[in-house]
Design a protein around this ligand. Structure first.
Ligand code: SIN
Length: 484
């Protein structure tokens, strides 16, 4: 690793305002070589308890002693520090996650955009005065921080999923205890170092890497923690919600998806292919909003398939730090096995392999970007999120069939469609059962856009002004007998 500032590569936990080096550590692997990148502190139950108690004291002080403007100023400084160290953070991220260096740099900027957005949004946390129906009475609302937040994040966006949660938490006046992903803890620790340098009170930000699931569940059961924000699988999200229910914690859950990507006959085929390339192969197909099912109308299917295959064939598989690489490895062996399983199942049931299909026989968790056609509802990929570089093409006859197929899943995170017909655009946008829709674009993620799902993709919204509200309580204050 060649960092301009080597102090950004931290392998300790950050608890009670101190960097803590534990004797128990766990290895973190580089997905492109399967070699050990570093060893990070493995926190235990006592570490989580200490972090939570320390955050509790710090949060009260933080809320009482700072204005929204001051909290915003520290966030702005943090944003500037991240952007000044963009290359170093991107290098750490690229090595631990596997995505290309260019994508990693893009992610760092995306992550920083949440900090910039919430540095301003926090200053607009308005309460209200509400006309009271009782004479001589004034009714007001205040927005107050929920308190200590437990933050549990995934490995696919080691920077952005942290900042999307903790920037609004700080803007609202909360403290956080983070369990970063065990596959990619180093990006989070680098961001933490810069946050403290920027003036976020150290005890308001506690980071406990761990492989000990039991210890991490303390975040969901400890009564001091008032909110859980989790991004990850639906199965784990349901388990965390059950654990958090005993102390009625507020929860934001951004869970699994099975995004439909519909291309109608009247679409601009080049635009549709460009959208599919972005939202299928971004992060090697490992995003919750990746197109999982390409649903293409029969008239346009041959042209769409041919153009997609041409673009996919031009992708260059390799280690993320190699500047010629345009598609990195998956995060681990399990990820590769799932792609293989989906391809094998689909081909055995009649799908046609249009491109790719193999995992190279050398170290690293690589799988070729793959295109299948003739995919049907009977195949695993129709219901299960691949989370990998597999583009399966289904076909349909008419709009009703497309919407029915798209909605035939328990998930409802993102959906996309391409059409030039404005009536169809309005109809289909309303009929798709998803929390986020991209029309004639595969890019839907932005700091100002509400991000989140419906159905079994979870609840709560991140980013946007809704993202701030997730970290606030509304307090109503009724002042009676005012004689006015
Ligand atoms: C995710 O995969 O959970 C996040 C993707 C994004 O922010 O675009």
């Amino acid at each position: 690793m060649q960092l301009k500032d080597s102090s950004l590569f931290v392998q300790d936990a950050f608890i009670d305002g101190e960097w803590v080096s534990k004797s128990k550590k766990f290895p973190v692997y580089e997905p492109s070589s399967e070699t050990v990148l570093g060893e990070v502190a493995n926190c235990d139950l006592e570490d989580f308890k200490k972090a939570i108690s320390s955050a509790d004291v710090a949060q009260r002080e933080y809320w009482l002693s700072t204005t929204a403007l001051q909290r915003g100023a520290a966030l702005r400084t943090w944003y500037n520090l991240i952007m000044a160290n963009q290359d170093d953070i991107a290098q750490i991220l690229c090595l631990e996650n596997g995505k290309t260096f260019a994508e990693a740099k893009g992610e760092v900027a995306y992550a920083a955009s949440f900090i910039s957005w919430f540095s301003e949004e926090g200053t607009r946390a308005y309460g209200e005065t509400i006309p009271s129906q009782t004479p001589h009475t004034t009714l007001m609302t205040f927005k107050e921080p929920v308190g200590v937040c437990g933050i549990i994040t995934p490995w696919n966006f080691p920077a952005a999923m942290i900042t999307r949660k903790i920037a609004p938490a700080f803007a609202a006046g909360c403290a956080v205890v983070i369990k970063p992903p065990s596959e990619t803890p180093f990006t989070c620790l680098a961001l933490t170092k810069l946050a403290v340098e920027a003036g976020i009170p150290p005890k308001c930000l506690q980071v406990c890497p761990t492989k000990d699931r039991q210890a991490a569940t303390e975040l969901c059961t400890n009564p001091i923690v008032k909110k859980i924000s989790f991004t990850g699988s639906t199965g784990v999200g349901k388990m965390l919600a059950k654990l958090a229910a005993d102390t009625l914690k507020k929860c934001s859950l951004e869970l699994g998806g099975n995004a439909p990507f519909i291309v109608f006959d009247d679409a601009d085929v080049d635009l549709a292919v460009e959208g599919a390339m972005f939202c299928k192969f971004r992060c090697t197909g490992q995003t919750c909003v990746c197109a999982n099912r390409l649903i293409v109308q029969k008239g346009i299917a041959p042209a769409f398939t041919a153009k997609l295959v041409e673009k996919v064939a031009a992708l260059k598989l390799g280690p993320g730090m190699d500047p010629s690489t345009t598609q990195g490895p998956l995060v681990n062996r399990g990820g590769v096995d799932k792609v293989k399983e989906h391809i094998k199942d689909a081909v055995s049931k009649g799908a046609k392999l249009e491109f790719g299909g193999a995992a190279p026989d050398h170290p690293g968790f690589f799988h070729e970007p793959t295109v299948l056609s003739g995919v049907t509802r009977e195949m695993l990929v129709a219901y299960d999120e691949t989370f990998g570089p597999l583009a399966p093409i289904f076909t349909f006859d008419n709009e009703d069939d497309a919407v029915k197929l798209a909605n035939d899943t328990e998930f409802g995170l993102a959906g996309y469609f391409f059409s030039k017909d404005v009536g169809r655009v309005m109809r289909v946008a309303r009929r798709l059962e998803c929390g986020m829709i991209g029309v004639n674009t595969g890019k839907i993620s932005a700091a100002e856009a509400p991000f989140g799902g419906i159905k079994e993709s979870g609840y709560g919204r991140e980013g946007s002004h809704y993202g701030l509200a997730e970290y606030q309580n509304i307090k109503s204050v009724t002042i009676g007998n005012t004689n006015v």
